[in-house]
Design a protein around this ligand. Sequence first.
Ligand code: SF4
Length: 355
Amino acid sequence: VAGIYIHIPFCRVACHYCDFHFSVNRSREKEMTEALVQEIKSETEFFKDGNVETLYFGGGTPSLLEIQNLKPLFQALESNFSFTGAPEITLEANPDDVSKIKVKEWMDLGVNRISLGVQSFFEEDLKWMNRSHNAAQAESAVKILQDNGIENITLDLIYGYPLLTDGKWKSNLEKIQEFGIPHFSSYAMTVEDKTLMGKKVTKGEWPPMDEDQQANQFLFLRSWSLEAGIPGYEISNYARPGMESKHNSAYWSGKKYLGIGPSAHSYDGEKRRYNPGNNSQYIRQLEEGKLVREEEVLSSEQVLNEKIMTGLRLSRGLDLGALKLGEEMENRDKRLILTPEGMLLGDKISADLFF
Ligand code: SF4
């Protein structure tokens, strides 16, 4: 599976915990679109030997984009790449952007999967996170999507923050069942230095995250999801059988991917390259016809270490045969699989196994 990621770097408000690349100044949406189209046009050769099977619009908040700015991106992608018959096309949406009209516009463009940034179904949690939507909007967005033909929905839920009692965590997960959602992603809240939360925690104004709570809520998530028939196939990703994300699976199996947009990165099988993470710089460089990227050629050790790290995050585990250590016969069909408790120590275990 070869995939393209397009980063839409605008948000309505800044969530207190978020350190992705985005700007709340949306005045340059049109120029950004033009720059993204330029970058797409310059990458026609990236997948010269294969078809594109997944498209993923992430951010930032792609659902904020006006249709007149989203359409040219699809047109440029279609005329510059060849796609397989039924590509998976995902668009990240915030609940407050979801309306009947928007869903129709997205579907007309070919979007067939929506990743909905819910995070919690509780009002006080959403306020504390500074999310742009409220609890009622989170629920109604799911219904609008389902009533208008989008069944392939994935939700994001965060756990392990002070306001989230175990009871609330269970209730958030139960909404997945109630709505019949086929896929969700779930992450522990992390405190990043440059965010408002990071500053508050550093000053001692807000409490740090509680590691025991995070561990308990992760273990609950693993067992709940198994019982609910939406088992984890990766440490942070959960799906009903057959509904796993094709786009993410390609990253984890070390396939080529092309990242378009500010802060996006790409991997061509040998090197990884990083686009500038600044909107004005990105637009200016594309206007001048030269995008300045940082590049990193991966050593064979780095490639192996990444396989170890991603493999251990997968529920099917790390395929020792795929490490190609010259003893393939011996290792064939041997897998290293972490228990849920082991996953809590995953980074440390990976580091211990690194070459
Ligand atoms: S909407 Fe998403 S990308 Fe934007 S600030 Fe919030 S978490 Fe970050």
